[in-house]
Write a protein that binds this ligand. Structure first.
Ligand code: UT7
Length: 325
């Protein structure tokens, strides 16, 4: 099997900033509640004419430039999203066309907030086996399109953005292990009920606000802490490492209290946690990758460092990955 690593990173965050104070004017909430309960101060909101593919394409171009590869060098594009441009074709096909990545197969995957870790793991398999040489892995979301702006339980949490990585064979380091999991029995805790084959769009589904994200946050919170802790333990054990070996944990950014609780359980000190939730909120599949991209750009990840990705979301699903940078 070939050694596989990340050779280029990129991101795109829409310009429009929505602050907690802006939200105070929309729903019955306060800046103080949002900060103390979630760690979020502001989030980005895509414009009406920006779809997920538009965000993804910009992040992808930056990642390709960073990797010094041309779109024609790509063999595979995997786009993790729950807010694709349309049910089909895949948003990855739209990205493939926009980039003129003529030699690339393309597909979307749906694993919500763990989407990027799932996508990275799939890309790794193709490259490790020698089937493909270069893959582009993207996490991109326009959650504002499925946000109920009348529901204070969810609208204060979500944001839009995209991150991308070019994944290729590397000579040293790279992905040391991945661990993915799912518990479909709790799918009702976080979902968007209408718009699929179970409940196709109708006047009734629109009137009853079923095309928005629904979440039972409090129940999810406890499961998130447990699942992310378990996934981190497993993935490190598989890699033959311990928490003391971790230089930086880059978790999914749903709630800073979840992240700090996980780090505490794992015995990872706070200075080894990367947080950017303050600026962006929860961007589902775009959160972990964007955090990784920013950690790299800020010099928080150095050559030889052990980086632990750890994500959890709707499904319920979880995914963790250990990378030697
Ligand atoms: O992306 C991966 C999956 N997502 C997650 O893992 C998210 C997990 N859940 C969470 O992050 C947290 O549960 C939330 C941030 C969603 C909520 O925080 P919480 O500490 O669990 O609050 P809660 O749901 O227990 O609500 C506490 C109170 C309630 O009022 P009462 O019933 O105590 O009077 C809520 O109605 O806070 C109220 N509340 C708010 N108050 C002001 C809920 N949302 C708001 C709000 N502003 N935006």
């Amino acid at each position: 099997m070939r050694r596989v690593g990340i050779i280029g990173v990129g991101e795109y965050l829409p310009d429009k900033v929505l602050t907690n104070h802006d939200l105070e004017k929309l729903v019955d909430t306060t800046d103080e509640w949002i900060i103390t309960r979630t760690g979020i101060k502001e989030r980005r909101i895509a414009s009406d004419n920006e779809a997920v593919s538009d965000l993804a394409i910009k992040a992808a171009r930056e990642a390709l430039e960073d990797a010094k590869l041309a779109p024609q060098d790509l063999d595979l594009i995997i786009l993790a999203t729950v807010t694709g441009d349309m049910p089909f074709p895949s948003t990855a096909s739209i990205v493939q066309n926009a980039l003129s990545a003529k030699h690339a197969a393309a597909l979307d995957i749906s694993a919500a907030c763990a989407g990027f870790v799932y996508a990275l793991s799939i890309a790794q398999q193709f490259i490790a086996s020698g089937t493909y040489k270069n893959a582009l892995v993207i996490g991109a979301e326009k959650l504002s399109a499925v946000t109920d702006w009348k529901d204070r339980n969810t609208c204060v949490l979500l944001g839009d953005g995209a991150g991308a990585c070019v994944v290729s064979e590397v000579k040293e380091g790279g992905i040391l292990s991945t661990y993915l999991g799912c518990d479909g029995s709790n799918m009702e805790l976080l979902n968007m009920p209408a718009g699929g084959s179970r409940m196709p769009a109708s006047h009734e589904t629109v009137d009853s606000r079923m095309h928005y994200l629904k979440m039972r946050g409090n129940e999810l919170f406890k499961i998130a802490v447990k699942s992310m802790t378990m996934a981190a333990e497993k993935v490190l054990e598989q890699a033959g490492l311990t928490f003391r070996d971790v230089d930086l944990i880059v978790p999914h950014q749903a709630n800073s209290r979840i992240i700090l609780a996980v780090a505490k359980k794992l015995g990872i000190p706070e200075d080894k946690i990367y947080l950017n939730i303050e600026k962006y909120g929860n961007m589902s599949s775009a959160s972990t990758v964007t955090a990784l991209v920013e950690a790299v750009k800020e010099g928080r990840v150095k050559k030889g460092d052990i980086v632990l990705l750890d994500a959890f979301g709707a499904g319920l699903v979880w995914g963790a990955c250990v990378i030697k940078w």
